[in-house]
Design a binder for this molecule. Structure first.
Ligand SMILES: [Zn+2]
Length: 149
């Protein structure tokens, strides 16, 4: 068997139409001839791609049906996504707002707390100084100024 037989019978080999004897000799030649092996494997890869295309070739209705299925699937996911958003994110948003409110409340209280106590302490200081120095009351200088006018 020579190389020309191989190249003339690529299709016959691929379609299993060679006699058992020819088929065995064909394969024996492939094992001994690198060039024919390369040609046959290339031919087979081309054929397999063509076969794949044939099986993948969609009938016109399959195409639209697949698109319809995808669209209905997308619609269903949209419907699912919205309740999920509300069920999960709404409580999270409420919780986050509560946390923020608590933090703001604390910061206001802690900001005011020292201020109020400082004023109270200041008044107590004034009272203790007044009693220590025996002063009946601090005079509001503005009041006396305007009263004299
Ligand atoms: Zn060969």
């Amino acid at each position: 068997m020579d190389c020309s037989f191989i190249r003339r019978n690529l299709f016959s080999y691929q379609e299993h139409q060679l006699s058992d004897k020819d088929n065995k000799e064909f394969e024996a030649h492939l094992h001994s001839c690198a060039e024919c092996y390369r040609i046959v494997s290339k031919f087979q890869s081309v054929i397999s791609v063509i076969d794949l295309r044939k099986t993948e070739e969609p009938n016109p209705f399959a195409g639209t049906r697949i698109i319809q299925l995808l669209e209905s699937e997308i619609e269903r996911n949209k419907e699912k996504a919205e309740p999920l958003f509300l069920r999960v994110l709404q409580p999270l948003a409420v919780a986050a707002l509560l946390v923020i409110a608590v933090i703001i409340g604390f910061s206001i209280v802690t900001q005011r707390e020292p201020g109020i106590s400082a004023i109270i302490n200041h008044q107590q200081d004034i009272q203790s100084i007044q009693s220590d120095l025996n002063i009946p009351d601090f005079i509001d200088e503005d009041e006396t100024f305007f009263a004299n006018k």
